[in-house]
Design a protein around this ligand. Structure first.
Ligand SMILES: *Cc1c(COP(=O)(O)O)cnc(C)c1O
Length: 365
């Protein structure tokens, strides 16, 4: 008899528990979780502070937030679903569509939550390697769709590598995927996208009865700690998602913050534009140094450090920058505070210098 007598599903027992981006030492800058470096806007803090009826359950369906979003995107409220983060919606979508024997197709490397979402639902992951430029290989992803496929996850811009899917690529992809397969367009970083050729999910909802678009207040809106994300899509899909949701899990504080943020969107989007500009400046600096940084359209950049990932991550950490290492592929660095920029570029220059002198065959250039 072991001292772990409870039966755990074997595929869950081997699943790593969630690992957060490293918490920064007090004097280090945390660039490991794609968080927004700006503090919440004043009006948003006040809206949250006004929600003090902690003895009451929140509005179960976040109707006020859904109404504003429906108005903004020209949908009905039933075509909007609000949840405690879009990660929660990914789990709900997987449960609603996919179970044992079913397959979920997604690009790899992509968002680290995807494998767990699929496994927890009891379904099987089919991972399709990214193109050499870090973008989704949508042709190969369409090829990977079989009669067992229930869902395809498309992440644009792709976390952690950075490139977008273009509107043309997405249209060609949708033409090849049967409408019985749900396609989820994960646009967690949509607000940071400046490439005019990028696909924009909300405009396509009318065209595809098998499309769901995911957005979040965590990144551009800077509400990661309050847990609010949303889905746009056909009511029949979102009704199934609502049936799989854990009820009452979006707090009144989260709903108030989301509403106040939508009211102050102009101010928030100015911050987003500033971050996008900082991102472009950082990427240009890294390209100048010889780094093969993929197109960066989110609030992060990707360094293809390959087998030298651990060495490079340590160098950044030593410089007081906490980054996210995905060994043996690369390092994702979030666009953070202005004071992080010089430090980041300095450290990256030192690292690339080391790599090109000690290992000239490195694919960093
Ligand atoms: C951050 C992120 C999310 C969602 O985060 P939530 O905080 O759960 O809303 C979803 N998809 C991708 C690709 C992300 O990077």
């Amino acid at each position: 008899m072991t001292d772990q007598p409870v039966h755990i599903r074997p595929e869950i027992a081997v699943l790593p528990p969630y690992r957060q981006g490293r918490q920064a030492a007090p004097d280090a800058l945390k660039l490991s979780s794609n968080e927004n470096p700006f503090p919440p806007l004043a009006g948003v803090v006040e809206a949250v502070q006004a929600q003090t009826a902690f003895n009451r359950y929140p509005d179960a369906t976040a109707l006020a937030v859904r109404a504003v979003l429906a108005d903004r995107f020209g949908t009905t409220v039933d075509e909007v679903h609000v949840a405690p983060g879009s990660v929660a919606i990914l789990h709900e979508l997987a449960k609603a569509t996919s179970g044992p024997g079913d397959e979920v197709v997604y690009a790899w490397r992509s968002f680290e939550a995807y494998p767990g979402v699929v496994t927890v639902a009891g379904a099987t992951s089919v991972q399709v390697p990214n193109r050499p430029d870090g973008g989704h290989d949508l042709d190969a992803m369409a090829d990977a769709v079989t009669e067992r496929t229930r869902m395809v996850l498309v992440c644009t811009p792709n976390n952690p590598t950075g490139p977008i899917v273009t509107g043309a690529e997405f249209a060609a992809f949708m033409a090849r995927v049967p409408s019985s397969v749900l396609v989820v367009l994960d646009e967690a970083y949509a607000e940071f996208v400046t490439d005019v050729d990028a696909v924009r999910g909300p405009a396509l909802l009318e065209r595809y009865p098998n499309l769901v678009v995911l957005r979040t207040f965590s990144k551009a809106y800077g509400l990661a700690g309050l847990r609010v994300g949303y889905a746009l899509g056909p009511a029949y899909v979102l009704d199934a998602v609502r049936a799989c949701a854990i009820p009452l899990s979006v707090t009144a504080q989260g709903q108030a913050a989301a509403l106040a943020s939508l009211e102050r969107e102009g101010e928030l989007l100015e911050r987003v534009a500033e971050l996008a500009e900082r991102r472009d400046r950082i990427r240009a600096g890294l390209l100048d140094q010889g780094w093969a940084v993929p197109e960066a359209q989110g609030n992060f950049v990707w360094l293809p450090t390959g087998e030298h990932t651990a060495f490079a991550a340590e160098a950044f950490e030593h410089a007081g920058l906490i980054v996210r290492a995905f060994a043996p592929e690369g390092i994702r660095i979030s666009i953070g505070e202005p004071e992080a920029v010089a430090k980041l570029l300095e450290t990256a220059a030192a690292v690339v210098e080391r790599l090109t002198t000690t290992a000239p065959e490195r694919p960093v250039r």
